[in-house]
Design a protein around this ligand. Structure first.
Ligand code: AMP
Length: 476
C-alpha cells in the first residue's frame, strides 16, 4: 500500500525541520544508568565498610595531574604511561594528563600535605575514574573506575598480608566466587640488578624469538618481558631465571613471612614467577586477583604490591609503602556473573495522589512535611488522573494512600486510605504526619508478628518432618 504523505490540514507539505545533531558518548567511555546503580551502590558500601573496619581515611585527588608525576612514578617506559596516557598542554602551557592510576597521586598528596609527619602507617583509600587510551573491549574501557587502598610508612609484611586480606573480604562480601590470588616477589634495589643481568643474558640468547616490544624492552626494563602476553614471549619466559630464586636475604625473609601470614589467615595463593605487574615502582611483593568467567576467560579484578622506593622517587624521604587497586567495572560484572544481590533501594510505603491544580500545590507541601519527618513517599505529580495514580500506588504495594482533591485543597484536609483494611477517612492536613507515622509503626509491628508466627510454624513443620524421617529409618 502506498504510504500517505505527511502534510498539514490543507494537504500542503511542511518544510522538513532540520534536526540538531545527537551526540554519543566518546569511544571507550560509557554512561552508567540508574538500573545499573544498585550494583555500584552495593560495591561502594562494601568498600566503605572495609575502609572503616581497617581504619583507612578517604582521600580524593584531581583527575588532572602533572604528566611528570606518572612518568616518574609509574614509569616512562610502561604501557600505561608510554602508550595509554591521555596527555595534553593546557592554555597556560602546563603539561598535564588524565590520571591513569591512583598510587602516584596518593603519594603526591601524602608529600604535599605533610602527611609524612603523621603516625605511620598513613592509611588512605580512594575511588574514582581512571583513564587509559587502550583498545576498548568487553571489560576494558578508556574511562574505568578503581578503588584502592594505600598504607605508607611500614615495611613489615603483615601490611602486605592485610592488603590481601582486605581485598579477599571485599570479594567474599560481594559473593564473588573462585577468585585466584597470584603472588610473587620481584626483589629490591639490592638484589634486582644482578637478577636483571642474569635475565638480560638469558633473553639476549633468545632475542630472535621475542616480540618487537620485548626486543626493545630487553635492555631497558627486562622484567617487563616476563609478563608479556605474546605467545612467543611466554614460551621463552617459561624457562627464564625466576626472581624468587635470586632474592637478597631481606627480600627472602619478607616474602617468607608474607607467606606465613597468609597461611595463618588461610588465604590460598598461587606462586607466579612471571608476575611482575609492569610498573616501575614495585619492590618485593606483587600480587593480582583473577576470576574466571563462564567461557573460562580470565580477567584481572585487581592487583597491587609494595612500593618501597616510590616516596623517594617523588621527592620525599625514603619511605616504604604497600597498596592495591581493583577495577570496579569488572567487579560489577563479576557480581552479576555470581548473581550477587544488588543494593535494594527502600520502597516507599505511602503514596500521595492529587486531583486538580490547587490540590497539586498543596501536595508539594505535604510531600515535604512527610519527607522531613522521615516518611518516604511515592508520587506521580505529572499525572492528573486519579485512577492512574491509584494504579501506581497498587503497583508499589503502598500501605497508605493519601488523596488530595479539590475539596480537600479548599478546606486543608487529606483523605487517608488504609490499603490493608480498605477503610478511609478525611482528616485535617496538620494531623497527617502524626497519623501516617502511627499507622506505619502499627503495620510494622503487625508484619513482624506475622513473620515470627510464620517462622515458628515453619520450624515446627520441619521438626515434625525430621521426627517422621527418624521414625521411618528406625523401622527399616
Ligand atoms: P592496574 O592498575 O593496571 O593494576 O589495574 C587494576 C585493576 O583495574 C585491574 O585488575 C582491572 O580490574 C582494572 N582495570 C585496569 N585497566 C582497566 C580498563 N582499561 N578497563 C577496565 N578496568 C581496568
Amino acid at each position: 500500500m502506498p504510504r500517505k504523505k505527511a502534510g498539514n490540514k490543507q494537504g500542503k507539505q511542511e518544510p522538513q525541520k532540520k534536526r540538531n545533531k545527537r551526540f554519543q558518548s566518546v569511544r571507550g567511555m560509557r554512561d552508567i544508568l540508574p538500573k545499573e546503580q544498585p550494583y555500584w551502590q552495593k560495591l561502594r558500601k562494601v568498600v566503605e565498610k572495609i575502609a572503616i573496619d581497617y581504619a583507612y581515611g578517604r582521600i580524593d585527588f584531581p583527575v588532572l595531574e602533572d604528566k611528570e608525576l606518572f612518568e616518574r612514578g609509574t614509569g616512562k617506559n610502561t604501557d600505561i604511561v608510554d602508550k595509554e596516557m591521555y596527555k595534553f598542554k593546557t592554555k597556560g602551557g602546563a603539561n598535564v594528563c588524565l590520571r591513569p592510576e591512583g598510587t602516584p597521586s596518593v603519594v603526591r598528596a601524602y608529600l604535599q600535605h605533610g602527611m609524612a609527619s603523621q603516625r605511620k602507617p598513613v592509611k588512605l583509600s580512594y575511588s574514582g575514574p581512571m583513564y587509559r587510551y587502550d583498545r576498548p573491549q568487553e571489560g576494558r574501557y578508556r574511562e574505568f573506575f578503581q578503588f584502592g587502598f594505600e598504607a605508607i610508612g611500614e615495611q613489615d609484611a603483615i601490611l602486605d598480608a592485610q592488603m590481601i586480606q582486605m581485598a579477599t573480604r571485599i570479594f567474599k562480601s560481594l559473593k564473588i566466587k573462585n577468585v585466584a590470588l597470584h603472588l610473587n616477589s620481584i626483589g629490591c634495589e639490592e638484589c634486582r640488578p644482578s637478577y636483571n643481568n642474569l635475565l638480560i643474558s638469558y633473553l639476549n640468547n633468545r632475542k630472535k624469538s621475542l616480540c618487537m616490544d620485548c626486543k626493545k624492552r630487553l635492555n631497558k626494563n627486562p622484567l617487563r618481558v616476563l609478563d608479556c602476553k605474546e605467545e612467543k614471549c611466554t614460551q621463552v619466559v617459561g624457562q627464564a631465571p625466576q626472581t624468587v630464586d635470586h632474592l637478597c636475604g631481606d627480600c627472602k625473609t619478607h616474602f617468607t613471612s608474607l607467606l606465613e601470614y597468609l597461611d595463618e589467615i588461610q588465604i590460598v595463593y598461587s606462586l607466579r614467577p612471571q608476575l611482575v605487574r609492569g610498573l616501575d615502582y614495585y619492590t618485593k611483593t606483587v600480587f593480582e586477583f583473577f576470576t574466571e568467567d563462564d567461557e573460562g576467560a580470565q580477567s584481572a579484578l585487581g592487583g597491587g604490591g609494595r612500593y618501597d622506593n616510590l616516596v623517594g622517587m617523588l621527592g620525599g624521604r625514603e619511605t616504604p609503602g604497600v597498596g592495591f587497586a581493583c577495577g570496579m567495572d569488572r567487579l560489577v560484572k563479576a557480581m552479576k556473573d555470581n548473581e550477587t544481590e544488588p543494593y535494594l533501594l527502600p520502597i516507599p510505603k505511602v503514596y500521595l495522589a492529587q486531583l486538580g491544580d490547587s490540590a497539586k500545590k498543596k501536595s508539594l507541601r505535604i510531600f515535604e512535611e512527610l519527607n522531613k519527618a522521615g516518611v518516604m513517599i511515592a508520587e506521580s505529580f505529572g499525572r492528573g488522573n486519579l485512577r492512574t495514580q491509584l494504579r501506581q500506588a497498587n503497583k508499589i504495594n503502598a500501605e497508605i494512600v493519601l488523596i488530595i482533591g479539590q475539596r480537600e485543597a479548599l478546606d486543608d484536609s487529606v483523605i487517608l486510605k488504609d490499603m490493608n483494611s480498605g477503610g478511609q477517612e478525611t482528616m485535617p492536613a496538620e494531623k497527617i504526619v502524626k497519623e501516617v507515622k502511627k499507622r506505619l509503626k502499627k503495620n510494622a509491628v503487625l508484619a513482624k508478628r506475622i513473620a515470627k508466627q510464620k517462622a515458628e510454624k515453619e520450624k515446627k513443620e520441619l521438626s515434625k518432618k525430621k521426627k517422621a524421617a527418624k521414625r521411618k529409618s528406625k523401622k527399616k
